[in-house]
Design a protein around this ligand. Structure first.
Ligand code: ADP
Length: 352
């Protein structure tokens, strides 16, 4: 173990600590061993969140993984740490011990923030010239059309659609930095969900000649949420369905309503996902690897952004899939403002 590690007995008295612990927290073995964890170095470990973790959660679950604790230590300053703990029984009398590994992620977090800030600034800077190029492209298109130079019109249209792709990629990068910084804004209102599904399907149908996108939605469902952001999720599901089913010709979009929720699913008959990948596709930057990795371009951000949007709508998102058979991506949302607020309240209570 290269990081700081403590071995505690079940009363949280320190049995031993490693060198890394002494170095990181500027304490000596004499002042550490046989002392209660909370009494160490000016009671700097007497952290309310840590107490709950060790006294309430650990005895129940026997293991704690990547629990984040932020604390301002007297000697070493503000630190963010990942705590991992495990209980185990030792010797013939099965004495209970606790292994507590502490990982200082302050520096890593700082670098992550810098990286996010850089992506955010770079994306903003890229947006302006692209907007100008797009405007010029449109002017060029009009000129060629006037001159009846249809070959050039076609080329300029291709250029325009590539610019749209670039704008979407930059939009994804900006969204991710907003999510990370907790700055993503939502504008909720009541709107016709199926109108949104229908418009999105129609728009994306124009982008594919091979696939027929069948819309099996129920008519007129009013839903409370951010229409643009939910449209972004539906677009992401359908564009992925097109992208990851190059051999298929059908995609099925369905909405189902029950008393409290509306569920949307997008089914394709494409490359599918293994169970391991299914568990990971909603993670940031996750892309399925393998020899075909470069066949499908992308940043691995769309599903991460989608899952965040749905999470912020107090909904859930999931995938059902079989490798080489196809995938069905789904989300479910509370339909009404009352349900939305009720779930928000429950969630806040849970995270307290
Ligand atoms: P991107 O498509 O830009 O890589 P996403 O976040 O939208 O990013 O998707 C993450 C990964 O999930 C993709 O790289 C792909 O491997 C997998 N994936 C997404 N949608 C599908 C689908 N419909 N069928 C199979 N794999 C998919």
């Amino acid at each position: 173990m290269r990081g700081p590690l403590l071995v505690l007995n079940k009363d949280l008295r320190i049995i031993s600590a490693n060198e890394a612990f002494y170095n990181a927290f500027k304490v000596a073995p004499n002042d550490t061993e046989n002392r209660l964890l909370y009494d160490l170095g000016n009671r700097q470990w007497n952290i309310p969140k840590l107490r709950v973790l060790l006294e309430e959660i650990l005895p129940e679950k026997n293991t704690i993984e990547d629990f984040v604790v932020e604390h301002d230590f007297k000697d070493i300053g503000q630190k963010t740490m990942f705590l991992n703990a495990r209980t185990l029984q030792q010797g013939p009398d099965k004495t209970s011990l606790i292994l507590l590994a502490i990982e200082d992620i302050t520096e890593r977090q700082h670098l992550e923030q810098q990286k996010d800030e850089f992506i955010s600034i770079a994306s903003h800077e890229l947006k302006t010239p692209i907007t100008s190029v797009k405007a010029y492209t449109q002017i060029l298109g009009q000129r060629f059309r006037k001159a009846e130079d249809m070959k050039s019109v076609e080329l300029v249209e291709k250029m325009d659609s590539q610019l749209d792709k670039l704008t979407d990629l930059i939009g994804d990068l900006l969204d991710v930095t907003k999510i990370e910084a907790g700055r993503i804004q939502f504008h909720e209102s009541y709107f016709d969900f199926n109108e949104l599904v229908e418009e999105t399907v129609e728009e994306l149908q124009r982008t594919t000649e091979k696939h027929h996108i069948a819309n099996e939605s129920q008519p007129s469902i009013t839903v409370y949420g951010d229409q643009d952001r939910l449209g972004q999720v539906i677009t992401n599901f359908i564009t992925n369905a097109i992208k990851y089913s190059p051999q298929a010709d059908k995609i099925i979009v369905k909405t189902v309503i029950d008393k409290d929720n509306v569920k949307l699913s997008v089914q394709d008959f494409g490359v599918g996902l293994s169970p391991v990948d299914q568990a990971k596709v909603f993670e940031r930057f996750y892309r399925v690897g393998g020899s075909k990795q470069n066949t499908y371009p992308g940043l691995g951000l769309g599903l991460y952004i989608s899952s965040e949007i749905i999470r912020r709508h107090q909904g859930s998102v999931w995938v059902e899939s079989k490798k080489a058979k196809g995938s069905t991506f789904c989300f479910s949302l509370p339909k009404t403002k009352q349900k939305f607020n009720q779930k928000l309240k429950q969630q806040k209570k849970h995270s307290r």
